[in-house]
Design a protein around this ligand. Structure first.
Ligand SMILES: [Mg+2]
Length: 176
């Protein structure tokens, strides 16, 4: 499948935000199907060592989220370097770099932050900038189509799956 919904959990909200989890789900808009999923918890220390930024406002925001969502901080994560390598491998299995479309929640969030982290590693992001897609824009154009949320809100892979299903219900050729 050539469409991938990406969701990051971070400790900041700027373009260099420190990443704490990477979630992604492949999907087929036309067929209305969800495929393989990707989830990695990232070691925050390693993300900061590689230039990730923490914002106080995001730390305070996390303190108000559910225990289930904050479980991400109790898990031993992989280094940011290994996590990005694993994501690159997974994304390559979905299709060629020039073909895979990556959807994020907002034009300045998930895709920008992850691509920036690749660049700080001197690695070309594993998808083409031309294939950046914005789920939030589509959502704002379809305010009447509500998301049916399952799983844990602010768990990266659950969020990615919910967003992919919501996108399919908004602009897929059939709903699932
Ligand atoms: Mg999320």
């Amino acid at each position: 499948m050539l469409d991938v919904m990406l969701d990051l959990e971070t400790m900041g909200n700027g373009p260099d935000a420190a990443i704490v989890a990477i979630g992604a789900v492949e999907f087929d808009l036309e067929a209305g199907e969800i495929g393989e999923k990707f989830y990695m918890v990232v070691d925050l220390e390693s993300a900061i060592q590689m230039g990730g930024i923490m914002d106080a406002s995001t730390v305070l925001w996390w303190m108000q989220q559910s225990d289930e969502a904050r479980n991400v901080f109790t898990r031993q994560g992989e280094t940011i370097t290994k996590s990005m390598l694993m994501f690159s491998r997974w994304l390559r299995e979905r299709g060629d770099r020039s073909d895979v479309r990556v959807w994020g929640n907002g034009v300045a969030f998930d895709n920008v932050i992850l691509a920036g982290s690749y660049r700080r590693h001197n690695v070309t992001p594993p998808w083409s900038g031309r294939n950046n897609r914005c789920y939030r824009t589509v959502m704002k154009l379809h305010p009447h189509v509500k998301m049916q949320r399952v799983g844990v809100h602010h768990n990266a892979v659950d969020d990615a799956e919910n967003q992919a299903r919501h996108l399919i219900s908004m602009i897929g050729s059939k709903t699932i």
